[in-house]
Ligand binder design. Structure first.
Ligand SMILES: NC(=O)c1ccc[n+]([C@@H]2O[C@H](COP(=O)([O-])OP(=O)(O)OC[C@H]3O[C@@H](n4cnc5c(N)ncnc54)[C@H](OP(=O)(O)O)[C@@H]3O)[C@@H](O)[C@H]2O)c1
Length: 245
């Protein structure tokens, strides 16, 4: 019988992470998740009851506990995929962009904890298990890293730019271990993270004139975690309906 593969997906309680966890489960993988809340009921990857930890990745103390909390759930198995998906994007009261001059420093720190330090700490924490599987890491970056966005804030944008650079650095560091590290940069994907005014972006700035769907992100992440992308590392793939052009 073929070996069952294992993935860790952060932030799989809803949105993109949920779709990615569902995709791995559909492929027969074991899926381990982490988020602040409990796992969503009736998701097949929770069936064995020992696949989720509740931690707040915006809190540096809790991030440093995450690897130790997740490792027993792996039970000594290899790690074939780590998807650093959990992310936060605080907005103003009306959903507007929060800027570099007025965003509280505490918010900057929380954002960097969740969007940058958590991927760093998890990836290096599981480097050996990833190497044992010749596995893949996928980091969720953003189009907001490359241009001022009407709704994504300054701290969010810079944390995602830092994550894109970290992807490149870790790809170089982990290639000798047989681990590939890539990023994807979504545009506007249909989840609760979007602001109410997103329809204007769709009409004016997205050549394909529609939001992306979480299943389309799952398709790309499945590809990056498969043998079909065996010579791709250190890449950041835009998935935005042409928004960046
Ligand atoms: N949707 C888009 O258009 C878009 C575009 C570009 C990039 N992205 C990136 O894609 C990723 C997923 O986005 P999404 O739209 O699916 O977001 P979402 O719908 O808001 O879901 C975020 C997930 O992350 C978890 N999470 C949030 N804060 C956390 C924390 N402090 N600690 C642990 N888990 C936390 C949430 O679970 P809990 O609430 O239970 O903790 C949830 O499962 C993010 O990194 C985001 O920046 C999204």
């Amino acid at each position: 019988m073929a070996e069952q593969k294992t993935a860790i997906v952060t932030g799989a309680s809803r949105g993109i992470g949920h779709a990615v966890a569902q995709r791995f489960a559909d492929l027969g993988w074991r899926v381990i998740t982490v988020s602040r809340g409990p796992p969503p009921p009736k998701c097949p990857w929770n069936d064995d009851g020992n696949t989720h930890v509740q931690l707040d990745l915006s809190n540096l103390d809790e991030i440093t506990k995450t690897v130790a909390a997740l490792r027993p759930l792996l039970g000594g198995s290899k790690l074939h995929a780590l998807v650093n998906n959990a992310g936060i994007s605080p907005k103003g009261p009306g959903g507007e962009r929060v800027n570099s001059l007025t965003t509280d420093l505490k918010v900057w720190q929380e954002m960097y904890n969740a969007n940058f330090y958590a991927p760093l700490i998890l990836t290096r924490g599981f480097a050996q298990e990833l190497s044992n599987a010749q596995g893949s890491v996928v980091n969720l970056c953003s189009i907001a890293a490359y241009r001022v966005h009407p709704f994504a804030g300054a701290a969010y944008a810079t944390s995602k730019a830092a994550l894109a650079a970290l992807t490149r650095e870790m790809a170089a560091d982990m290639a000798p271990m047989g681990v590939r590290v890539n990023a994807i940069a979504p545009g506007e994907i249909n989840t609760t993270i979007l602001s109410p005014g997103t329809s204007k972006i769709v009409d004016n700035n997205i050549p394909m004139r529609r939001l992306g769907e979480v299943s389309e992100i799952a398709d790309l992440i499945e590809f990056l975690c498969s043998e079909k992308s065996s010579y791709i590392t250190g890449a950041e793939i835009a998935i935005d309906g042409g928004q960046r052009v």
